[in-house]
Structure formats: structure tokens, C-alpha cells
Design a protein around this ligand. Sequence first.
Ligand SMILES: NC(=O)c1ccc[n+]([C@@H]2O[C@H](COP(=O)([O-])OP(=O)(O)OC[C@H]3O[C@@H](n4cnc5c(N)ncnc54)[C@H](OP(=O)(O)O)[C@@H]3O)[C@@H](O)[C@H]2O)c1
Length: 486
Amino acid sequence: MVSRVIPVDPFDLVIFGATGDLARRKILPGLYRRFVAGQIPETSRIIGSARTEMDDPGFRAFVAEAIAEFIDAKKRDAESITRFLDHLRYVAVDAKGDNGWPELAALIRTDVVQAYYFSVAPSLFGDLAERLHRHGIATPEARIVVEKPFGRDLETAKALNATLAAHFAESQIYRIDHYLGKETVQNLMAVRFANILFEPLWNARHVDHVQITVSETVGVGGRGAYYDKSGAMRDMVQNHLMQLLCLIAMEAPYRFDPDAVRDEKLKVIHALQPVVPEDIVRGQYRAGTRNGGGSYAEDVDHRDSRTESYIALKVDIANWRWKGTPFYLRTGKKLRARASEIAVVFKEVPHSIFGDEEGWRENVLAIRLQPNEGMTLSVMIKEPGPGGMRLTEVPLDMSFAEALGEDGADIPDAYERLIMDVIRGNQTLFMRGDEVEAAWAWTDPIIAAWEARGDRPKGYDPGSSGPEDALMLLHRDGRRWREMRE
Ligand SMILES: NC(=O)c1ccc[n+]([C@@H]2O[C@H](COP(=O)([O-])OP(=O)(O)OC[C@H]3O[C@@H](n4cnc5c(N)ncnc54)[C@H](OP(=O)(O)O)[C@@H]3O)[C@@H](O)[C@H]2O)c1
């Protein structure tokens, strides 16, 4: 199977925060990969920007190092790197001052697509938007890309939306949730809406429950100060897990169009019920030998921290399709495996003609986001051999890397895909302002309630699958979590 690369229109893409971690690890190497794939037109330019003073050759050397560090040696070569570097420019600007802005204004062309990637701290988003406007740089068609976190609660998200809206129309604002750029996540929509097979079963009559797991093996790393003010609910559930839940739960949009898709996702968020305390388990990792030794409190340097590095929740969606089918979400750090998976667990057959054999008999559609992106449908078959009818579960397994051959191994990274969507002007995989606000409106009271109760997260061992209580969350409903494995 050959994946088609559809070139985009010529563009000027300004990356604010070009010297930062995200630009170095993801954005710039990702653009190189798109260049090698032939997707970047000859006349396009990528303009790096930050306060650090640098000239074009200095920035090119910085990007060449990033490519060497983050692109596999087999996938880069000196000739294409040189040609890619030709597309790069650099202008030093200060988001909080007027340094550099006239130079940037002089550089930007108005007859190509203009995109501005705000890869800086969210506290600078407003300053950048305002200065792009004040210096007459951004055209009415220009696009801005903003990174997460988008606010820390409803109030701050509303304020951020209002700040951006003062200078840009909603159709110009691309709020990144890189989970939405993953191949499997888009495939989820293809599986649901391009096949007749699943839709008749995709409801509370046939689906017993859904599990969404995003587990990491790493701790908070160098992000301790930020993370301790945020926690797993704000950092992961409000955005990534909720987006995945929406894609599983939403109705079919009338067409694959940005607002049609986002309208349907928004309806799901509105239908989410408040979560009662018994349906929430928060955890904090203890000290341990795996993955570095410090406890959460040591890692964030806050002895009495009550922030969760793990959360599991049982979520109900109050609509006709899903009433009675719980969605169990869990995410955390320093867990057993680095794995992201959505599992749609179907109900057992209404009556077994094979007697009352022990064992689980459910079909499960598991969608793996990482590692080894792909899907597995488990089906029951007869255990081979004589000796009567014994059932066993086997997977119909599809890994993208295998199914798509060489192209599967070369699937664009989420950031690559999303940046190309920005240039194309396609907002389908980006969050709309009202979606983000609705997500916070659901999240805020849950957080406020545990803060008011003074709840302390339960301890869990590094390398485990989370606190014991999280197991109980499903056990008491007669269910079990799927194994966390890479
Ligand atoms: N890193 C990740 O993996 C990751 C993942 C998800 C989301 N994000 C989000 O992406 C954004 C960038 O994160 P990051 O990790 O790359 O941060 P970072 O490493 O701290 O980089 C920040 C960038 O902003 C520039 N900057 C700081 N103050 C500035 C100012 N006044 N004017 C202009 N530029 C300024 C810095 O360069 P100078 O010091 O030279 O100005 C640097 O290039 C943040 O919103 C973060 O939440 C990051």
C-alpha cells in the first residue's frame, strides 16, 4: 500500500519558542520528515523565533543538531538536510517587548499561507497575539497554533479564549491536542464511520463498558513545578482522555467537516455526568527502585503535596446511546508499562449454547495508540483438538506497521500531521474554544470537590498498575481492568 503525500500550498510558518524543547524534539524534526516526504513546497519558509539572539546560520546549525538527535540515521541524509535548512530563517523577538517585531513584519509574505506556532508558555499567548496584530503582521487568513495547557480551569480558559478572540477569529485558531493527530485516533473514526459492521453494536445494548488507559513509565521529570499545580486530571484527563472518549462516544457527524465533527464531540461533553467521589481513585507514586528512585513528593519537591500522579474514574454519559455503559478512564505516571489503549468491551452472548464454561467470553475491540499502533478484535473460537467443545479467545490482530508495509513504519508523527493540517486550513483535529470550555466546566467541580474534602491520593508502587483502590473500582462492578502492557 502506498500512502499518498498531498503537497500543501506554499507557506511562511513562524515558530515562536523555536529554541525550546518542543520545537527541538518534535516540531522541527517533524517538518524535516515532511520535507523528505515531498510535502513542503520549494518556496515555503520556516521562521524560527525566540528571544535568544541568533542569525540564520546559527539557527540552521541548531536545527541540524536537532535532526541528528531526533531523526533515525537511516531516515536522514546530508543532501536533504542541506536543502531543508535552506528553507529556514530566524528572527529574535521578545513576546513581552517590541524587539524584533519590525524585522519579523518585513520578512513575512502576504501572498502565501501564514501560520504562527505559539510553542511558548501559555502566559505568552496573549502577548504574541496582541503583537502580531499591533505590528500588522498577521493577515485575516493567518492561522495561529496554540499548545496545551489551554487554561487550568474554566475561568482561565475563558480568559485565554477571550484574549485570542480579540485578535483572531475562531477559524484562525488551532488548539493542539496531539492525541488527535495520532494515526490510530483518526482510524477510530474510519472504523466507526466507514464500516457498517460496528455501528449496530456501538451502544449500551451491546457494549458492556469502555476502558481508556494512558499509562506512562516515567515520573514527572523536570516538569515537577508545573505538574504539581496541575495533576493527572488537568494534565491528561481534561484534554487527551476526554478527546478519546468523545471520538468513541459521539454520533456520526453529517460529514467529515471540522465543525460537524466538533459539534458532535461537544454534545458528548455536555452529556457527561458529574462524577461521585466513590467513582474516583487518585494516586501518588511512592519511592521505588524502578525508573529512578524518588517518590512523587520528592520529585516535585513538595513534601505534603496532594496532587495526583494517577487517576482512575468511572464516567457516565447521559444520552440514549450510552446510558448504562460506564466509561472507565485511567492515566498515571511511573506505571508498569508505557501504553495507550482504548478497549470497547462488548457484552456476552445472551445465552451460551455451549454450557456454563468458566472464563470471560466477551468480544473486545482494542485500539492501541502506543506502542505498536493498531487494533485487535478478540473473538471466541473452538479450542483445537478432540474432546468436546471448549472455547478459547483469539485476537484478530492488525498492526499498522505490518498492515501498511513500509508505509506503516513511516506513519507521520502526530505533530507532523497536525502542522500540515494547519497549513491546509483543516481544523477537524483541533479543539474548538467551546469544546475546551465545556471540558473544563465538567472537570472543575470534580477537582473542587476533592479539594474541599481535603482528599489525599493513595500511594502506589512504581512499576505497578496503580493504587489497589483502582482495581476495586472495576471489581465492585464485576469487571476488571485490562492488563497494562507494552
Ligand atoms: N515540551 C513538550 O514536550 C511539550 C508537550 C506538550 C506541550 N508543550 C507546550 O509547548 C509550549 C513550549 O514548551 P517547551 O517545553 O518547548 O518550553 P521551553 O523549552 O521552556 O521553551 C520555551 C521557548 O519560549 C521562548 N521564550 C521564552 N520567553 C520568551 C519571550 N518573552 N519571548 C519570546 N520567546 C520566549 C524560549 O526561548 P528564549 O529563552 O530564547 O526566549 C524557548 O524557545 C508550552 O506551552 C508547553 O506547555 C510542550
